[in-house]
Design a protein around this ligand. Sequence first.
Ligand code: ACG
Length: 477
Amino acid sequence: MYYELYLRSFADGNGDGIGDLKGATKKLDYLAELGVDGIWLLPITSSPAYHGYTVTDYYNINPTYGDIKDLKTFLDEAHKRKIKILLDIPLNHTSPNHIWFQRALAGEKPYVDWYLWLRNEKWLNARRPWDGQPVWSKLGGKWVYTLFGPGSPDLNYESHSLWEEIKRVLAFWLAIGFDGFRFDAAKHIFDFSMEKGYCEYQHDRNISFWKEMIDYCKKINPHSIFIGEVWDSKEIVDMYSSVFGMGFNFSLSYVIKESVSELSPWRLVEGVKNTMSNYFDENRNYDFGIFLTNHDMSRLVTYMNGNKEKALLALSTLVSLPGVPFLYYGEELGMEGEYREFYNEEQLEPFQWFEAGYGPLQAEWKACGKNLPYKGISLEYQQNVDNSYYQRVKKLFEFRKQNSWIENAMILEMQNSDGLVSIELVGNGKSAMFIHNYTMGEKIVDKNKDPILLNGYLKHGEEFLLGPLSSAVIIHK
Ligand code: ACG
């Protein structure tokens, strides 16, 4: 399981209240115990932004997080625990404070070619495809293309000298010891048509760019791992993922969350058949990164309107599906946070290590409006409570870790019988059937099959009764 780690909010190693590499290094045993064997590290490169997605220097770490020595220690200690580390690197745009952009504004070559300048007034009418926001900004007196707003002028990959520079950037971080990359905004490398004067995803050109970057990285480290962020339909994700080797299955995250929140077992079965269709047969040429939430979304318990049993059913469903699971930091505690465009900090609140909200390594860079102290959210509290939310999530990922064959399994069959959803998996000489109760009533399950409780409750008696929103598994062999 990969853990999506936002360093600023995880663990503070130098007492300045801001999470950093020293702090995260001290928490690697905690992650290993949770069943983590990979970390998606949100951007740590120099950036003026709390989120880190607007870079000012691709060859340096944000000093708030530490230095190269701290990073190498973090990577070494992670590798000692067999935990791989993927660096999240935003290559679609930089910060306007990046020296490249400053030199570009001054008209200096090659930098001036590394950004997309307005050439036709009509282009100003262009709008962002998913929310209609303007995509041109006047910076330093010049109109420049900024898909993600004025704080992030887009890099212009029409310039091939930029491709060579990006290869040097990737080689730099692989040489430091990263196992690979999460490529941010992967479908936006070429997303503005200068002929038509509006935003248009040029998937073929994007894919040939990523193919060249990945082939280059593979020459440096043949075992390097890549996952592209392509927030789009399964069909579009399919196109990119065969180049990256792994793609986030955004559509599945909606299917599971909506099916659970509406308690709609048929929606789940139909949705999984559509969004995971390539796991219903053997010949699959890439993996899906499967997840429920990330830093661009509301947290799971918030999505479920505070209903923790529904959140646990969603997590039980996730770990019963093939693919590579990703867990967003703090979701193991049931932390809350609503994602709101333009003010998206609630889902980025500091990880709650201590019930009082204070203690060694506790990050304090922002107040916890949604995850208040003394509310039983903290790890300190939940670690000492039997069957707490944390204990139950930990049990799910321990099960998943002990059954790593599921990652590459094939879905033999999936059906809904009166609200009891069964998922039959086979792979690597093993097979199992998961049973999820998508109703608020107890359901009889076949006791002769010796079902094992995964989450919720299972009454053993004349008949075996699986509790509401509960899950069980039958390990065939
Ligand atoms: C990445 C990072 C995000 C970061 C940036 C910029 C990019 O994860 O944290 O912002 O570096 C779009 C982009 C993504 C981007 C998100 C935030 N995420 O494609 O790369 O915006 C539709 C569109 C998607 C769009 C999504 C946004 O298709 O392109 O993502 O909406 O909600 C179904 C459909 C699917 C549709 C969804 C949702 O799934 O199939 O197409 O997606 O419904 O409607 C960071 C900060 C920002 C800051 C920026 C500079 O977080 O605040 O502004 O940096």
